[in-house]
Design a protein around this ligand. Sequence first.
Ligand SMILES: Nc1ncnc2c1ncn2[C@@H]1O[C@H](COP(=O)(O)OP(=O)(O)OP(=O)(O)O)[C@@H](O)[C@H]1O
Ligand SMILES: [Mg+2]
Length: 247
Amino acid sequence: MVNNPKLIAVTSGKGGTGKSSICYGLGYTLAKQGNRTLIIELDFGLRCLDIMFGMSGKVKYDLGDVLKGKKEILDAVATVPTASNLNILCAPKDPFMTVTAEEIVDICRRIRKYFDWIIIDTGAGINSHVFDIVEQANLILVVTTPDPICIRDATMMSDEFYKRGNKRQRLLVNKLSKKDIQTHMIDNLDQIIDAVGIQLLGVIPEDFTLKESTGKGTPLPPNAPSLAAFDAISKRLSGDNIPLVIK
Ligand SMILES: Nc1ncnc2c1ncn2[C@@H]1O[C@H](COP(=O)(O)OP(=O)(O)OP(=O)(O)O)[C@@H](O)[C@H]1O
Ligand SMILES: [Mg+2]
């Protein structure tokens, strides 16, 4: 296990739960709070972080160049121009390229002194490849939406981690709609937590500005509903006793 910096893996059973958007949001807020932050994108062939951070066409090298031994890791790390302290290491464009857990751990070991937080954005799905890599993290963030299929997939994922003896999991519930929040929200949240069976770290509202900002490659505007949630989650990750933000 990599102890320092703190290595978090963002994962989910079902696709499209918002893993990459969460990496984007947490990346900005952790960096804003003064942490040297790196996001490593493991969704091979489905790269999106460069677009989300407004760096499409500007990322020269990626994880593929590192794995092939063509580039040193730090040379493939790209600094996000719209934030201090924030960096990304993009996934290879080649969808058929593979990486082992050992290679990822080795990469994190070699660059850990440069960062306070390393966030790993994984692809969706229950497969041993994701499990092996995610298990190396200090903390696994399992993402679900309030959708029942998503909750079931998150539960299967989390159960599998438990079976493998991994208890370092926290739940993020994403895309909570205004209606979810206004009607029976606490009951619904309780049901989600009970179903998945892991402690809740945060709740992120459905937020059109998040969708818009990641699409345009700009930072979240200060009034974006999800920004307060990401800010609170980052502080909780750093050990602050911050109440859940639900608006
Ligand atoms: N809180 C949110 N509010 C509104 N839209 C959201 C929210 N989070 C994510 N989305 C939208 O949901 C879609 C999927 O998000 P994203 O790509 O981050 O998910 P993902 O889990 O990384 O997907 P994949 O499994 O394909 O990697 C995107 O259109 C994104 O803009
Ligand atoms: Mg993604």
